[in-house]
Design a protein around this ligand. Structure first.
Ligand SMILES: [Zn+2]
Length: 332
């Protein structure tokens, strides 16, 4: 059984924190990225954290988020069982709008952890909402991640138009009052595509948050969102200051589209009819001498290329995070 619960997830983050490495938390919405990740993580002998945003849940469920989560949770379990590593599933950026959904997810034990994002609310409301979710999850073995301080850019269904750094003193009060298991902090990363040189990263704030929490006996693992634009040395520094979960979504989205684009552009002639041939997909071009190449238009052809690309990128990111060789399944 490769799918593991929140208590095991707590263990891998604690080990990572003690060992000075981190785990990437990789967003998925369908099977191609998941299969690529499983192959890459298996080759590097690292446990794998995947996560699903509300938007991805809706996408996977054809508009029904709960159906999407059930589908993806099942897929993660069934596919994960075939690989000799631990796999964890996290809900990414669920908000106060999704409280009923969160309840269902906890009831069905669909995930290992849940992120409740009330970071755009006022501090007191953020505390109240995050605490409510912690209470809902009590006894379920599911970890709760909460966020304090906004992240510049567009989070899934959460718009924040200004960057706010997390206040270390507020972080202590926040963890003390909410009882959250993980804390997502804001230290200047941007969500979405950003270039490393444009990010005003305040790693000193991460260090202060870590130290302040440790002083009060509240040393929860720290989480950093919006890391797709960070340089490798910035990642190393932030891990050094106690971040053990790094969210990764945008990079995979780009690589996915790029792999598909590169293939279709270079194989346009075997999919698109040449000038003079009627564009007759209805009859699959039976009225002309030209016909498209099935081997090229079969979506599995591009799907395999996407999986191979995701596998490569996953291994590159594992090397950045330092999680290679770290799995609870004891196969090192
Ligand atoms: Zn995020």
């Amino acid at each position: 059984m490769a799918f593991l619960n929140g208590e095991k997830l707590r263990q891998i983050y604690q080990r990572a924190k003690a060992g000075g490495y981190a785990f990437m938390a990789n967003n998925i919405a369908e099977a191609n990225v998941l299969v690529g990740l499983l192959k890459g993580y298996t080759e590097r002998r690292s446990d794998l954290v995947v996560q699903v945003s509300p938007g991805a849940a809706g996408f996977a469920g054809g508009g029904d988020k709960l159906a999407g989560l059930r589908t993806l949770s099942h897929m993660v379990r069934v596919l994960g069982d075939q690989y000799p590593i631990g796999i964890f599933l996290n809900l990414d950026h669920f908000t106060v709008k999704e409280m009923d959904l969160i309840q269902e997810v906890i009831k069905g034990s669909l995930v290992s952890s849940i992120m409740i994002d009330a970071s755009k609310e006022a501090f007191e409301d953020n505390v109240r909402i995050s605490h409510e979710v912690v209470q809902m999850a009590k006894g379920s073995g599911i970890l709760i991640e909460a966020e304090l301080g906004k992240i510049k850019g567009v989070e899934d269904e959460v718009i924040s138009d200004e960057a706010f750094y997390t206040d270390p003193d507020e972080a202590v009060e926040f963890i003390d009052r909410t009882g959250a298991d993980l804390l997502a902090i804001s230290v200047g990363t941007q969500h979405g595509v950003s270039k490393g040189r444009d990010v005003v990263l305040r790693t000193d704030i991460a260090r202060r948050i870590r130290d302040r929490l440790a002083d009060k006996g509240l040393a929860v693992p720290l989480v950093l969102h919006g890391t797709s634009g960070l340089l490798a040395e910035q990642i190393r520094e932030i891990i050094h200051y106690g971040v053990c979960k790094l969210n990764k979504d945008t990079r995979y989205q780009y690589e996915y589209s790029r792999a598909a684009y590169d293939f279709y552009i270079s194989h346009a002639d075997s999919i698109i009819p040449p000038a003079g041939v009627p564009d007759d997909a209805t009859g699959l071009f039976s009225g002309s001498d030209w016909s498209p190449k099935k081997a090229d238009f079969d979506p599995r052809t591009v799907g395999k290329l996407v999986r191979a690309r995701i596998k490569q990128v996953a291994m590159e990111l594992i090397d950045q995070a330092g999680s290679a060789g770290h799995t609870l399944l004891g196969i090192n």
